[in-house]
Design a protein around this ligand. Structure first.
Ligand SMILES: *Cc1c(COP(=O)(O)O)cnc(C)c1O
Length: 380
């Protein structure tokens, strides 16, 4: 079956007990045992829940992994991943990251003896240099948040595996519709299902998808031991979001393209970050590696913070809010919002300037979004 069909039919959408076409939500926190340890597969809902299992099987299948695990948030998934390391283990992370991911890495680095180095992983020479020291994990986003840089997945996997390091990819921006890292050999995929997978700004959730059954068992143990699990209702909402992910990603892509055309080369704009533009530094790689360029366009507006604030004020359809990937268009000012936890010097060194605005293009009519941005730029 092709991918859009699998989005609708993967997992267990039809309830085997009743034929209900929408899956039931099992709210039970615990399950009867006929005798101690004699049960029907479920014991206690932190350890496993039928609605969660349905979501987890669906995620594993869509990401081409062996095991999917659902969490209470993207950072809940990351906490579980980081708690798998011993003191002194070394993680090499990309240097452009979601602010909350950076904050959690720093927490583990300062307090738990995890070694973390931030490296520009778009540069193979820097990756090779970083791998000279013993490394447990390479961690990256592609496209990155908020600068939409692209990392070569196959090349990274080849270099990392040759040195005995695993590779984890945060696939939140691309979604499995546009990119399936495990098919490139990646070991662990992470999601904030809060974003495109949920898609309607009504659920906070996360996921890990593991390439092998062995690491699936290891992380399933940690999922239960750490306990950052989602509610059955939240699992249902993510499952419902997944059914329309195919059409939504197509529409997000069209909106982003229309917005990128307005801002590209505009005299009020210093720089545009969008992998669909021919002058994006990794455009050719994005074209090869992804089945589309996604719905996010980051724009460095002239006039620094003042310029950015004027632009934000001029927008009518884009709502100023953290988060991204929902049906409605959202706009974020990374320096003061999603990435405020990253110190200014560090931020600016790699391009997250005070003038940067991140546009999450929704599935409204692309012409309306383009016009909204065009009018707001007049204010700058
Ligand atoms: C939002 C986000 C996260 C964190 O996920 P939460 O669900 O908010 O905990 C991680 N990575 C990326 C790329 C994100 O956008």
């Amino acid at each position: 079956m092709r991918f859009s069909t699998r989005l609708i039919h993967d997992g267990e959408p039809i309830d085997p007990a009743t034929g209900a076409v929408s899956p039931p939500i099992y709210l039970a926190s615990t399950f009867r045992q006929k005798a101690p340890n004699v049960h029907q597969g479920y014991v206690y809902s932190r350890s496993g829940n039928p609605t969660r299992s349905n979501l987890e099987r669906t995620l594993a299948s869509l990401e081409s992994g062996k095991v999917g695990l659902a969490f209470s948030s993207g950072l809940g998934a990351l906490t579980t991943l980081l708690s798998s390391f011993r003191t002194g283990s070394r993680v090499v992370s990309i240097d452009d990251l979601y602010g909350g991911t950076w904050r959690l890495f720093e927490h583990y680095r300062r307090n738990f003896g995890l070694r973390v180095d931030y490296v520009d992983l778009t540069d193979p020479a820097r990756l090779a240099r970083a791998l000279k020291e013993k490394t447990a994990l390479i961690y990256l986003e592609t496209p990155t948040n908020p600068l939409l840089r692209i990392v070569d997945l196959k090349a990274t996997v080849r270099a990392a595996h040759a040195q005995g390091a695993e590779v984890a990819v945060d696939n939140t921006f691309a979604t499995p519709v546009l990119q399936r890292p495990i098919e490139a050999g990646v070991d662990i995929v992470l999601h904030s299902t809060t974003k495109y997978l949920g898609g309607h700004s009504d659920v906070v959730g996360g996921a890990l998808i593991l390439r092998t059954a062995k690491s699936g068992r290891r992380f399933a143990w940690l999922q239960n031991a750490v306990g950052a699990v989602p509610s059955p209702f939240d699992c249902f909402l993510v499952l419902r979001g997944l059914r329309t992910l195919g059409v939504r990603m197509r529409a997000h892509g069209e909106s982003a393209k229309a917005v990128a055309e307005v801002v590209h080369g505009h005299r009020k704009v210093r720089a545009v970050h969008y992998p669909g533009l021919a002058d994006h530094p990794q455009h050719a790689l994005a074209r090869r590696q992804m089945d589309g360029y996604g719905g996010i366009v980051s724009v460095d507006v002239r006039g620094g913070e003042k310029g950015a604030l004027r632009f934000l004020k001029g927008l009518r359809i884009f709502t100023l809010a953290e988060s991204l990937g929902a049906v409605e268009s959202l706009v974020d000012h990374p320096a003061s919002m999603t990435h405020a936890s990253v110190p200014r010097a560090e931020r600016e060194a790699h391009g997250v300037t005070d003038g940067l605005v991140r546009l999450s293009c929704g599935i409204e009519d692309p012409s309306d979004l383009a016009e909204d941005v065009r009018i707001a730029l007049r204010r700058v």
